[in-house]
Unconditional design. Structure first.
Ligand code: UGA
Length: 460
């Protein structure tokens, strides 16, 4: 099948590469020439495990093309996927400019009957607008049909998710289009759910809103666990065993981030508001998440009188492991709050440093080496549960910090392991392990215990 994909962002790129991997002839188009050139050379502009080898393989096989030439992309396509971004407007609504621009260009370039599938996350009713735009400029003899095929890929495991998703949603009023799309996705052996366009559009928002709700719910329970001395991990395990609840998305932490949940939850509140329904539950989910992103520094301030002048290592900048994406990451809130409190910050991430540098410039120090970050730090805050962090032996903190204090925003370490070390350890919804030294730390920091002598004895 000849397939065109509009937009080479996360969703567009993964969709294009994976459809080519399935044997289709795919042309991906983007308005950014620099991105297209990079992709043509076999390099993905994003960090995503497995993407580069698959990209190269399909470029070499001649099944995958990248272009800024929209006419080349769309003129022969049987199916066109719209996968451009729908960023957030200042009022929380989804910005549909890119979607409508893509629709207009598609309409102008159509040369044969085509099925237009929207993968971008768009409010209910948008696909009708898209078709109105396309139909207003396309040649009259050409037929188009509209399908909403929302995407459920997770960053960091997007390729796996493409081939092993839980369901594929095909929302269309056209039986012919549904059949063709079914043909495309049938080899994946993923359950296909056929529905109408508006329901498909809603399924996407409702899925993300529900997952965000699960996260804020468990974070609320964690906050209560903190106060009553229960352990959120035991609680999550216990409730997750109920098949009606399920074990996934019950990991308490410093809140959800990324380019989807924060944006989509706000957009759904707006969508509801537009039809005069106040989505109070989702408003609370968002509020809880904002509070949660701030809770790591709050916990540090409960531990010390002041963190002014402290050297703080933030471990993890990406909004989750296996991505270099820092959009709406809790780490951003943490670093900004630390700076506002007068702390000096060194931030570690194995892949997201270049992205974070573009936000913070030289205001903080960066390193891609975890031990460099910890060396001489007076406080460590863990913001992302990278394996590099989870697998770092606790002895390293003891060796590299004078009086180790860790605020673990992602519950990376077992409490049993921590209790064997002279480490003050505060996590989310689990009993804390406080060493005496933590109480006097802020004073010693002001006295300047961390000096050249100490740095010089640090192991490599
Ligand atoms: C999310 C959805 O999971 C995908 O199904 C969807 O396709 C995608 O948004 C999208 O709309 O494009 P993603 O944002 O890549 O995917 O990442 P998730 O794995 O869902 O994690 C989102 C955030 O929730 C992360 O910050 C993560 O740390 C946090 N999280 C996740 C928790 O705090 N606890 C959990 O138990 C799970």
């Amino acid at each position: 099948m000849k397939i065109a994909v509009a937009g080479t962002g996360y969703v567009g790129l993964i969709t294009g590469v994976c459809l080519a991997e399935m044997g289709h002839d795919v042309v991906c188009t983007d308005i950014r020439e620099d991105k297209v050139l990079l992709l043509k050379s076999g390099c993905a502009p994003i960090y995503e495990p497995g993407i580069n080898p698959m990209l190269k393989k399909n470029l070499d096989a001649g099944r995958l093309h990248f272009t800024i030439d929209s006419e080349f992309a769309y003129k022969d396509a049987d199916i066109i996927f719209i996968a451009v971004g729908t960023p957030e407007n200042p009022d929380g609504t989804a910005n549909l400019d890119h979607v409508y621009e893509a629709a207009y260009t598609i309409g102008l370039c159509l040369n044969k009957d085509s099925i237009i599938c929207t993968k971008s996350t768009v409010p209910v009713g948008t696909n009708e607008q898209i078709m109105e735009i396309i139909n207003s400029v396309k040649p009259v003899h050409i037929n188009t049909q509209s399908v909403s095929t929302p995407e459920f890929l997770r960053e960091g495991s997007a390729i796996y998710d493409f081939f092993h998703g839980d369901r594929i949603i095909i929302g269309t009023e056209s039986e012919e289009a549904a059949l063709l799309l079914e043909q495309v996705f049938l080899p994946l052996k993923i359950p296909i759910v056929k529905t109408d366009i508006r329901s498909a559009e809603m399924i996407k928002y409702a899925s993300n809103a529900f997952l965000a709700t699960k996260i804020s719910f468990i974070n609320e329970i964690a906050a209560i666990c903190d106060k009553v001395g229960a352990n959120i991990e035991e609680v999550a395990y216990g409730i997750g065993k109920d098949r009606r609840i399920g074990p996934q998305f019950l990991q308490a932490g410093i809140g959800y981030g990324g380019s989807c949940f924060p944006k989509d939850t706000k957009a759904l509140v707006q969508i509801a508001g537009n039809v005069e329904h106040q989505f109070e539950l989702l408003e609370a989910v968002i509020k809880v998440n904002n509070r949660q992103q701030a809770c790591a520094v709050k916990k540090a301030k409960e531990l010390f009188d002041s963190i002014e002048g402290m050297r703080v290592a933030v471990l993890g900048l990406a909004f989750k492991p296996d991505t270099d994406d820092i959009r709406e990451a809790a780490s951003l809130t943490i670093v900004k709050t630390l700076l506002a409190e007068g702390a000096s910050v060194i931030a570690y991430d194995p892949v997201a440093v270049p992205n974070a540098r573009s936000v913070f410039g030289n205001v903080i120090e960066f390193t891609a080496d975890i031990q460099t970050a910890i060396s001489g730090a007076e406080l460590v805050i863990i913001a992302t549960e990278w394996d590099h962090i989870k697998h770092l032996p606790l002895e390293k903190y003891v060796q590299l910090m004078r009086n180790p204090v860790i605020i673990d925003g992602r519950n990376c370490y077992s409490l049993k392991d921590v209790s064997k070390h002279p480490i003050t350890y505060v996590s989310i919804g689990r009993p804390s392990h406080i060493e005496e030294h933590a109480q006097t730390r802020s004073n010693s920091a002001k006295e300047g215990w961390y000096d050249e002598t100490f740095t010089s004895i640090l192991p490599d």
